[in-house]
Design a protein around this ligand. Structure first.
Ligand code: ATP
Ligand code: MG
Length: 180
């Protein structure tokens, strides 16, 4: 599977709806300082369920909503949709395309969707478990992450290998079963 496109509206420095399409292979994002390159990465983390405002480089979750400029009023919500090409059936039983959406209103109300259907964050986490994608997956490597992995405790490093080996799901299911 691969990231096909990303739709961003009202998120950080992107008030208008934009659509970024990616082809297979390598894509580089270039631009001057402060032009929004890192905000694109933040939008991917966010739509996959990132809850840490620090990781998203803000103080509160509302900071992800476009806060206005001298020329432009603030937005009332932020919405990001991530479209994935799943034609290789990396994730079975869901179809060739997977769209994951997260929306947050200034009132604090928020929603997640998979293929347009409202869902819980838990559903998104379970969907991507063992694929490497997902909030805690290894497909997003931020600045300092390599040093963090090298310096991590062996138990933490084991979690990364378990995700890559595709067995975190079993550990998760065991924990869930034990909780019931
Ligand atoms: P650099 O090359 O320095 O890393 P960059 O291209 O990665 O820059 P970003 O960090 O993505 O830049 O973007 C920073 C810009 O986003 C700042 O100008 C900041 O004001 C703007 N920004 C962040 N959050 C919001 C928000 N909620 N509303 C409006 N603008 C925002
Ligand atoms: Mg940056």
């Amino acid at each position: 599977m691969y990231l096909k496109s990303l739709e961003i509206q009202g998120f950080k420095s992107f008030p208008d709806k934009i659509s970024l399409t990616f082809d297979k292979g390598l894509t580089a994002v270039v631009g001057p300082n402060g032009s929004g390159k890192s905000n694109i990465g933040d939008s991917v983390r966010w739509v996959l369920g990132e809850q840490s405002t620090k990781t998203l480089r803000g103080n509160k979750m509302e900071d992800v909503i476009f806060s206005g400029t001298v020329a432009r009023k603030p937005m009332g919500f932020a919405a990001v949709t991530l479209n994935i090409d799943n034609r290789d059936n990396t994730i079975p039983d869901i179809g060739d395309e997977i769209a994951v959406t997260r929306k947050l209103y200034r009132s604090g109300e928020s929603e997640y969707m998979i293929n347009g259907k409202p869902c819980r964050l838990k559903d998104i986490n379970e969907l991507f478990m063992d694929t490497g994608l997902g909030r805690d997956g290894y497909s997003i490597i931020g600045q300092g992450r390599i040093a963090e992995i090298v310096g991590a405790k062996s138990s933490e490093r084991r979690d990364i290998f378990e995700e890559a080996a595709g067995i975190s799901k079993f550990r998760y299911k065991k924990l869930e079963a034990e909780r019931k």
